[in-house]
Design a protein around this ligand. Sequence first.
Ligand code: SOE
Length: 381
Amino acid sequence: MPKPLNIGIIGYGFMGRAHSNAYRKVNQFFTLDTQPVLKAACARSEDTIREFADNWGWESIETDWRALVARDDIDAIDICVPNNLHREIAIAAAQAGKIVLCEKPLARNAQEGLEMAQAVEAAGVANMVWFNYRRIPAISLAKQLVDEGRVGRCFHYRAEYLQDWTISPELPQGGETLWRLDIDAAGSGVTGDLLAHSIDTAIWLNGPIASVTAMTETFIKERELQDEPGVVQPVGIDDACAFLVRFANGSMGTFESTRYARGRKNYNTFEMNGDAGSLSFDLEDAHRLQYFDDGDDDHVHGWRDVLVTDSEHPYMDHWWVPGCVIGYEHTFIHALADFLKGLETGEGTQPDFRAALQTQYVCDAVLESAKTGRWVDVAGD
Ligand code: SOE
């Protein structure tokens, strides 16, 4: 019998649902010695969290996260609330001896992230940030190919993360569903929300980022508040951000993100070009990895379109027969399976808070460079 791990989740939105689904499914598809138990769900509104808990099978509810953290029957706290609450909850949970799982980005800025990393390390509790895109089989395969030397010496890394859902000036900011547009809740706009994903993937595949130069733009300068109709306030977030980087390994990178790319819904792409080969990925075609091998014979030199659904591919032996694709929600199941395995072996799972802090340092450097117009060296531990 797997050992129960009692989970207390805080938040019920997009990520509350994605994580709940992972807790429910992980033991069906992965053989593990640990079984997450959906023990308690927490949010301020009793009606809302009751409905959420009933839908997903959470055994009990709380309306105060401090009460959840104080419960003896909770082993792990999962933070799925807006970014401004991550720090306080994570530190309290760590001090209470709980395992801490946190939705990305780790925090609003590196200072908050550092305090969180120090808290989990001081308490000696397991921790992970849900940078789920690492767990897309095609991206995990890209990592495998990089580690096998198939890209070789990397010259270029290119990432784009484009959406289009904030173009309307009528869209309000703040409140329960639009906190990503509120600078106080989110900490930044596309930099912390979307580019954090691109940066996490880039560091994983191509190593640390040494310095950056950036520009940001806020296209809609003021918006009504969702919670106070008629009240209009300046917009503090970056609607779009583009930056250049120098990686520590000598390669150069370009990153671009916006929520104003009409027609782009969740266009999260990267390309790497090395002396031995190239890799290219697009989230809107997530089961494919494009690979160019310079070692191929001349007469078949060309990009390979690898359909990443075979049992030899990362994670795919847990799913269906070759050719049957999996989806977005599976990335959270993979992250959870890796986390539980890391707990069982004592080896931990990446990215933990300390690793996710490196992404936070890059985000801070990007925002500073956009303000000063100068190249900024990325801070580090
Ligand atoms: C923003 O629209 C968002 O929901 C991000 O917050 C998620 O992290 C991203 O993966 C999908 O887009």
